[in-house]
Design a protein around this ligand. Sequence first.
Ligand code: TPP
Ligand code: MG
Length: 358
Amino acid sequence: MARATKSSAGEQRTAASEGRLERLPNVTRHNASEAEYRDFYRMMLVIRRFEEKAGQLYGMGLIGGFCHLYIGQEAVVTGLQSAITPGRDSVVTGYRDHGHMLACHIDPKTIMAELTGREAGISRGKGGSMHMFSVEQGFFGGHGIVGAQVPIGAGLGFAHKYKQQVMGGEGGVALAYFGDGAANQGQVYEAFNMAELWKLPVIFVIENNQYAMGTSVNRASAEDQLYRRGESFRIEGMQVDGMDVLAVRGAANMALDWVRGGHGPILLEMKTYRYRGHSMSDPAKYRSREEVQTMRDNRDPIDMAKREMLELGFADETWFKACEKEVKAQVAEAADFAEQAPEPDLSELTTDILVGTY
Ligand SMILES: Cc1ncc(C[n+]2csc(CCOP(=O)(O)OP(=O)(O)O)c2C)c(N)n1
Ligand SMILES: [Mg+2]
């Protein structure tokens, strides 16, 4: 049923008469070609193997500070970012950011070198896992403050709209990713309000991996159907199987049509799961091993894609073996580079630092 809303003049308007969605649409899975599906598979595998290697380097003491791995969530960034244009559209996320960068086609060598604190790293070795940036590829971080990236995402959306409308540029769309825990942060809702009021081209993506550190979403959220969190700002939401790369890409297609059509922001709740602890130092006592194993066995995004590709005849075992070999070699090359690259010179301690005086 159409939702009735009140205009400022008081007369009844319907969602349809305002050009708004009549109801939450069902997500149509993307009808991938063989080449697309192979690319999606390869990207998910690059992220998985990169993160496993990062975990190993952390264990060897080569990575210091915090390190939050993305293993299990690969289908989310792969499906979404395959639909955007790096450099024209923009991406912003929290601290679990390696996968987002890889899906922005940023060189794995510069990401791994950043993790190991080397000068060749994308933040010259001074940002580490949580603080990376690439204006060229439209990647705006990498943020350690939970939820802080959401207003930044609204700001990016504002910049896209401004550049298009005032400067005659091509426009673009901002993807602002945040977690189920971050979805309870106050600033998220200030950003929602402005984004809808100004009809900004922003796709808000909640990566609901079921936990915020050790707290499950049901324990922390009064409304745990997170796709509904935009309702009081009139932001439409869709809930998506975030373990199914074609469902994610299908949602991305619909969301991009919506925001590029000038309707303002949209909210996507990606139901996903992280296999590893919150960060490398998390003993993960808040959930059972069986819970994680069941997800791995039944809902793994990479295994599910492989099964479907085999069924469709899009690839055979020989192709999967060759893909594995190629991806492992790429990740090994990134790790070797990161281990061998020099650390920043001591003089770098005082560069790119904002010093305030009072
Ligand atoms: C403002 C703020 N509060 C608390 C923290 C500590 N903290 C870091 S990550 C995190 C959990 C966030 O969980 P979620 O948003 O679900 O993202 P996920 O780690 O699952 O990707 C918390 C509370 C922080 N970094 N910033
Ligand atoms: Mg979470």
